[in-house]
Design a protein around this ligand. Structure first.
Ligand SMILES: NC(=O)c1ccc[n+]([C@@H]2O[C@H](COP(=O)([O-])OP(=O)(O)OC[C@H]3O[C@@H](n4cnc5c(N)ncnc54)[C@H](OP(=O)(O)O)[C@@H]3O)[C@@H](O)[C@H]2O)c1
Length: 344
């Protein structure tokens, strides 16, 4: 990486954003970390603790991604942008305001600010497998980055729609303006992200499913195959993409998959003193339970229960030179800080 870089990170206090900030600081880079509530200790205390003992500098900026002036003040004079901020929720009673707007309007604000800042040379946008996976796919299929979730609607898949709309927006800006101006764009597409949380605030989002096993709010094991990538690899992919990877690259970052029964078995072996769910529930009951659960939906359950979907992440491992951490390690390592710090 070139010296004198200033990397603006949106959603910097989030689960993935925090690991990105950590890697950037470890590499000696100057980081402008955008956080919407910079004085909230649970959300930002772990970032403030990173300030000491690292080579790079860290400034935390109050940034509501929906407020253009906040985004402009975050990115003013930056050389690079890593845009991770979005709502990570698959269901809401107000999906437009709470899921789609933060992704789409937030990304529009980032684009508008990049237009104003000639110093910015690289834009790394956090997308998702949700922008790639259509609602219907054949059990056992392998999807690659040429696929789009074009059938996502606000009713059936608001999160997928939000990720598609935001990515399309930033890609059309890149084709029409960014690329002719010499600004690189890379989009990173993680599947379900596990691995050590840096704050108790990170126990929501993708870690919810593991926390539901740990606190047994999910009392039995559902027949779900989970595609997993480690948060440390996701952060590496974003930081490496600042320097390597194809301009316009659309990189799936996925390490492999585990059935939930195997996840529980790994956790029981690693943490034998904790009580984990014992019994598996059959598919029809799991479908009804998921449909009734406040964070799931029937369409989500039909797509994700009892089925296997594979992802082709070879382009990311080749172009970004990443050897994926084993999903078993990601599952087990998730709980090291949780038990050490008594977050459960
Ligand atoms: N975790 C996964 O499994 C996964 C998989 C694929 C893709 N992704 C993508 O990865 C990115 C980061 O997700 P994550 O897992 O790290 O989730 P997270 O911990 O919830 O982080 C999301 C970040 O976005 C911020 N944000 C949301 N709305 C905002 C707003 N209006 N203004 C400013 N900041 C706002 C959050 O701020 P607050 O803390 O203030 O809410 C938080 O910092 C998202 O784009 C997500 O779609 C995640």
């Amino acid at each position: 990486m070139a010296a004198g870089r200033v990397v603006g990170v949106t959603g910097a206090n989030g689960y993935i954003g925090s690991h990105i900030v950590k890697v950037l600081l470890e590499r000696g880079h100057n980081v402008r970390a955008g956080a919407r509530l910079p004085h909230n200790d649970e959300r930002v205390g772990h970032l403030q603790a990173m300030k000491s003992g690292k080579r790079g500098t860290l400034e935390i900026h109050p940034t509501d991604i929906l407020v253009y002036d906040d985004v402009e003040s975050l990115l003013d004079g930056c050389t690079d942008v890593i845009h991770t901020a979005a709502t990570v929720k698959i269901k809401s009673s107000s999906p437009q305001e709470s899921i789609i707007d933060p992704s789409l309007e937030g990304t529009r604000n980032v684009i508008r600010s990049v237009r104003q800042n000639n110093s910015i040379r690289n834009v790394i946008h956090t997308s998702s497998t949700a922008a790639i996976r259509p609602m219907k796919w054949k059990n056992g299929i392998t999807l690659a980055s040429d696929s789009w979730a074009n059938d996502a609607t606000i009713e059936n898949n608001p999160y997928g729609l939000a990720k598609v709309l935001a990515e399309r927006e930033i890609r059309s800006w890149h084709t029409e303006e960014g690329s002719p101006r010499g600004v690189r764009l890379v989009t990173i597409h993680p599947c379900m992200v596990f691995g050590p949380p840096l704050s108790s605030y990170h126990l929501r989002g993708s870690l919810t499913i593991l926390m539901m096993l740990a606190d047994r709010s999910m009392p039995a094991i559902i027949p779900m195959n989970i595609n997993i990538v480690d948060v440390r690899d996701v952060a590496e992919a974003h930081v490496r993409a600042l320097d390597i990877g194809a301009d316009g690259g659309r990189y799936l970052v996925t390490a492999g998959s585990l059935w939930m029964r195997d996840v529980v078995s790994l956790l029981r072996t690693a943490y034998p003193n904790h009580k984990w769910p014992k019994f598996s529930i059959p598919y029809p009951i799991a479908l009804v339970a998921a449909a009734l659960h406040p964070s799931a939906s029937i369409s989500w359950a039909r797509t994700h229960l009892g089925t296997v979907l594979n992802w082709d992440s070879r382009p990311a491992s080749e172009d970004l030179a990443i050897d994926w951490l084993d999903p078993s390690k990601s599952v087990v390592d998730t709980f090291n800080p949780i038990f050490d710090k008594k977050w459960i």
